[in-house]
Design a protein around this ligand. Structure first.
Ligand code: PGA
Length: 250
């Protein structure tokens, strides 16, 4: 069976005390129960070290929201794989649409980051998704196919099996406008067909594909019930312990 994962992307929210507060609520709310889903939280860089300590002995895993592809050097403002691992990160979100659209990250750059993460034992949560214009002019599949293939370019089958994919239609992110379970399922299935054509049926069946874009406690269950939706990447609703927990338990 494929892994089932709920990941929280905190984006640029929460200073240290707010972070501590949210994590304590999450830890006590989940109470180390045996959950059917893995839980990952991705706070801002400044909170990672502190949160890593707070998560010791819990089942919640830690991820970052971005990473540079170089090992070290004169790259002002950037963070390396080693820095992330040294504070306890196991995951890193790469290719988020906010990185692509606001900060101009290209498929080629994202591919470099994905390779670096994999070669340094960090699991990429690789985000893809079409814009509203692309959906409306019928190019969703074309865009998704390009993003997937460019993002995993040059990876061998073993490495590709270590990735988590997150399908996040840009028009659904932070807008309160979720893709319907059918719309999401259709794209997830399409992503599996790309993986099958490029690698194998086994690989396409093995890679977890999360849905992201206005996942909330009231729509999580229907989305997560779909055959090819293995979990969620949650933005806004992960900033409140109660709503994140109810999505985890959906
Ligand atoms: P949202 O964000 O849940 O606030 O739409 C999702 C994301 O950007 O990962």
């Amino acid at each position: 069976m494929r892994r089932r994962i709920i990941a929280g992307n905190w984006k640029m929210f929460n200073n240290i005390s707010e972070s501590q507060n949210l994590v304590s609520k999450l830890v006590s709310g989940l109470n180390n129960q045996n959950l059917i889903r893995e839980v990952i939280i991705c706070p801002p860089f400044t909170s990672l070290s502190e949160i890593s300590n707070l998560l010791k002995g819990t089942k919640i895993e830690l991820g970052a929201q971005n990473m540079h592809f170089e090992e070290k050097g004169a790259f002002t403002g950037e963070i390396s794989n080693d820095m992330l691992k040294s504070v306890g990160c196991k995951y890193v979100i790469l290719g988020h649409s906010e990185r692509r659209t606001i900060f101009g990250e290209s498929d080629e750059l994202i591919n470099k980051k994905i390779k670096k993460a994999l070669y340094s034992d960090l699991t990429p949560i690789f985000c893809i998704g079409e814009s509203l214009v692309q959906r409306e002019n019928g190019t969703t599949k074309e865009v998704i196919e390009r993003q997937v293939l460019e993002g995993i370019k040059d990876l061998n089958e073993e490495d590709v099996n270590k990735i988590i994919i997150a399908y996040e239609p840009i028009w659904a992110i932070g807008t309160g406008k979720t893709a319907s379970p059918q719309q999401a399922q259709e794209v997830h299935k399409f992503i599996r067909s790309i993986l099958k054509d490029t690698f194998s049926e086994a690989t396409s069946e093995n890679i977890p594909i999360l849905y992201g874009g206005s996942v909330k406690p009231n729509n999580a269950e229907d989305l997560l019930a779909k055959e090819d939706i293995d979990g969620a990447l949650v933005g806004g609703a992960c900033l409140e312990a109660e709503s994140f927990i109810s999505i985890i338990k959906a």
